[in-house]
Write a protein that binds this ligand. Structure first.
Ligand code: EPZ
Length: 422
């Protein structure tokens, strides 16, 4: 397994281009299953999770061009889809595989999708996905660890989610797009990626209103058409680089971002004392003097994103004073704390709340990545630690960050990837 080696102490300078959003690409690639024909997607990020989604869709009988090369433009032809399975081997590596469930049931009347099982950050059930599909007339059975769903034709339904769920909302929007009649999804997730999927479905000929708000209305249609679409930029990758600029007292222009996707993140960076200024096509972040402590509670969008919690914990270790971070979305999203503590961070976790006292002098160490955003926080810590940090199991990182070491090197960081020998 590869590792990433960082020597801390550099101030990041220059500009970095943000890749397409993982959490937009995954539902959008899955939505291609709703239509017959060939869809073209541009600005697709080169990520392991995207590769997993490709393998899922090809495994169902679709063809994807180019077949092998890592390409940012994909052409997906779904004419040959004849298998409606999402196998455990793929789903266990990426729970977002569940996003094929809605499209398969809606277009083909059946699907057999492995239950995702838990993951490092929590149980992450899919009960809301299943409840919504049942309301639309699907018969759902759980057999040998798989969800087996069948429906002659889904019908519209009034669905109220118990909790705003991003992929749950996305699955139900896609299912409703081909259901007979009108569906409403209340307490829907409002993330920009949900709004973007609504735009994509409407490009395909669907009638979706309110995507990105807490009430989504869908008038089902008989058929959807393949489309061409460019994936929007990744707000979490952008936020990660913005934190890197702030904590290294750098000066970085983060390009190709959608500023309004980052309001909560920008507000907290400014609270901490970083300078964030909109510039042509991006946001410039300057880390000036000492950072101030911050209090953060993760919330569904437009609140502070849980996917930025680990990164801000590193910022909090650099701030003079006590910061408090409360993680309300996932029950176990503090896997990075122990590793940061080994580098010298002063962090106390009590249930869902962590208290960080700073500034701590972080020292480089060999540390273990456990999940995607925890890995990012260890990279950030390495950028400001004294000496050398070696982050192991970077396959977690490769799931959601495209060539992060190359992008950081482009900003002057002393970072390299060491490929595992043998
Ligand atoms: C999406 O995951 C993102 N993944 C996650 O990003 C992100 O952390 C999460 O939303 C929250 O913003 C993708 O979009 C591919 P949820 P998702 O369903 O949809 C509970 C990353 O790092 N819940 O919104 O799986 C659930 O347990 C990843 O890029 C139910 O109880 O998250 C959690 O506590 C990590 N029942 C909360 O809702 C359900 O049926 C929010 O989960 C569904 C969810």
């Amino acid at each position: 397994m590869d590792c990433i080696v960082i020597r801390g102490g550099r101030h990041l300078k220059g500009e970095v281009r943000i890749s397409g959003a993982k959490n937009a690409a995954l539902p959008i690639l899955a939505s291609s299953l709703l239509a017959r024909g060939t869809s073209t997607f541009k600005n697709v990020p080169l990520l392991n999770d995207v590769d997993t989604m490709r393998r899922l869709i090809v495994g169902m009988g679709a063809t994807i061009e180019p077949a092998d090369a890592a390409a940012r433009t994909l052409r997906i032809c779904t004419d040959g889809v004849s298998d409606f399975d999402a196998p455990y081997e793929l789903v266990k590596t990426m729970r977002a595989s569940v996003l094929v469930l809605g499209p398969l049931v809606a277009r083909h009347g059946r699907a057999r999708v492995s239950l995702p099982g838990g993951c490092a950050i929590g149980a992450r059930p899919i009960d809301q996905h299943l409840k919504g599909l049942e309301a639309m007339g699907a018969k759902i059975a759980l057999e040998h660890g798989y969800v087996v769903a069948k429906a002659r034709r889904l019908h519209g339904a009034a669905i109220v989610c118990d909790i705003p769920t991003v992929t749950g909302t996305e699955n139900l929007m896609m299912a409703a797009a081909l259901a007979k009649g009108r569906s409403t999804i209340e307490n829907a997730a409002r993330e920009p990626e949900v709004e973007e999927l609504g735009r994509v479905l409407n490009k395909m000929g669907a009638h979706v209103e309110g995507a990105g708000t807490s009430v989504v209305t869908v008038e089902g249609v008989e058929e959807l058409q393949p489309i061409e679409h460019a994936i929007m930029p990744d707000r979490i990758e952008a936020g990660t680089f913005m934190v890197a600029a702030a904590i290294t007292r750098g000066d970085v222009l983060v390009r190709d971002v959608v500023p309004e996707h980052l309001d909560a993140v920008v507000a907290k960076l400014r609270n901490a004392g970083a300078e964030v200024t909109p510039e042509e096509g991006g946001l410039r972040v300057r880390g000036r003097g000492e950072l101030s402590p911050i209090d953060i509670t993760t919330q569904p969008f437009p609140g502070f994103p849980t996917d930025m919690q680990a990164q801000f914990m590193v910022l909090a270790t650099r701030a003079r004073g006590q910061s408090v971070i409360t993680e309300t979305i996932f029950e176990n999203r503090y896997m990075h704390v122990q590793e940061l503590a080994r580098m010298g961070a002063d962090i106390v976790v009590d249930g869902r709340t962590s208290v960080i006292r700073g500034p701590s002098k972080l020292s480089g160490a060999k540390v273990m990545a456990t999940d995607l955003r925890a890995s990012a926080s260890l990279i950030l810590a390495g950028l400001v630690a004294e000496g050398e940090t070696e982050v192991l199991r970077v396959y977690h990182l490769d799931r959601g960050y495209e060539k992060i070491e190359r992008k950081l090197r482009g900003l002057g960081a002393d970072v390299k990837r060491v490929r595992e020998r043998g």
